[in-house]
Design a protein around this ligand. Structure first.
Ligand code: SAM
Length: 287
């Protein structure tokens, strides 16, 4: 037994989240961040970046399914060209590749070490997705990529580390950046971003929603419980309104568009995840 891993969440520096770790598999400080691959006693294998749990075998599928599918299923036509920024574990890529219509997925992550560790230790996350012939894997800064790309995308998925001031991902949560994203989207395209935690940092979740709403006009938000994050986790979608799609229609589109199994997301989980309580909705600019 390795000992307790004490996690101090950046949103709540006055409280601890403790997870017992059996073994540290790998650890490295890269030019961008501090990476650890561990075996948690309760959650199994997991990735920690800068002291924060990014995903664990126990519930990574909940996070990645709720990130990807509401966006891709709410596009009026099935997506063919998708862009992922971040998502180093390869699980977001895995979910996007389940779409029969997808011809190309470009994934841009700033840190090749995360990809190297994911290939070595996180097979269950990517399940070979990095080597799919539709995958275009690029190591680089997502912000710069968006400024320079000549392509148009049906969907852009932001699976980035949290927006901590001066971090590599901070500027990818700004109004200026969302405006740049709008320019590289096809006419009826949409975006989604992980949006931190309604339980630890409601103001950050709300700010991300309100910023996206300013740029895209159409926006919606979801959240779910993530045991390995010790609380609720949120997602914000722009340019699309997954919240207006019925439970039955989600189930129909899953049948039509997806090849492969989903473990968390279906019409019912969709309805539950988009049912925001009054106190959160009151903070949002008009939905
Ligand atoms: N699930 C996670 C969470 O809870 O925050 C996020 C997943 S993923 C591991 C985050 C990835 O974002 C990392 O692999 C990191 O290298 C990448 N990243 C951070 N800043 C980036 C940038 N500017 N451009 C591209 N990728 C970036």
């Amino acid at each position: 037994m390795f000992g307790w891993h004490w996690l101090i969440e950046w949103q709540t520096p006055y409280e601890f989240h403790g997870h017992l770790i059996d073994k540290v598999l790998a650890e490295e400080k890269t030019p961008y961040q501090h990476i650890m691959l561990v075996e948690f006693t309760r959650f199994g294998r997991g990735l920690i970046i800068d002291g924060k749990v990014q995903s664990t075998l126990f519930d990574e599928y909940i996070y990645h399914e709720l990130l990807v599918h509401p966006l891709l299923l709410s596009l009026p036509t099935p997506p063919t060209n998708v862009l992922i920024l971040g998502g180093g574990e390869g699980a977001t890529l895995r979910e996007v590749l389940k779409y029969k219509s997808v011809k190309k997925v470009t994934m841009v992550d700033i840190d090749d070490k995360v990809i190297e560790f994911a290939r070595k230790y996180l097979y269950e996350w990517h399940q070979g997705a990095f080597d799919d012939k539709r995958t275009n894997l690029i190591i680089g800064d997502g912000y710069k990529f968006v400024e320079e790309t000549k392509e148009k995308y049906d969907a852009v998925i932001l699976d980035l580390t949290d927006p901590i001031k001066d971090s590599t991902s901070y500027k990818l949560y700004t109004k200026e950046f969302y405006e740049k994203l709008k320019r590289i989207l096809n006419e009826k395209g949409g975006i989604v971003t992980q949006a931190t935690s309604p339980s630890f940092s409601l103001e950050v979740y709300v700010t991300i929603y309100n910023t996206i709403k300013d740029v895209f006009k159409e926006a919606s938000a979801s959240y779910t419980y993530m045991a390995s994050f010790d609380g609720l986790w949120g997602f914000v979608y722009g340019g699309v309104r997954p919240d207006l799609i019925s439970e039955n229609e989600i189930n129909t589109r899953i049948e039509e568009r997806i090849d492969g199994q989903l473990r968390f997301y279906d019409g019912y989980s969709h309805k539950v995840s988009f049912s925001l309580p009054k106190n959160i909705k009151n903070e949002f600019k008009k939905i």
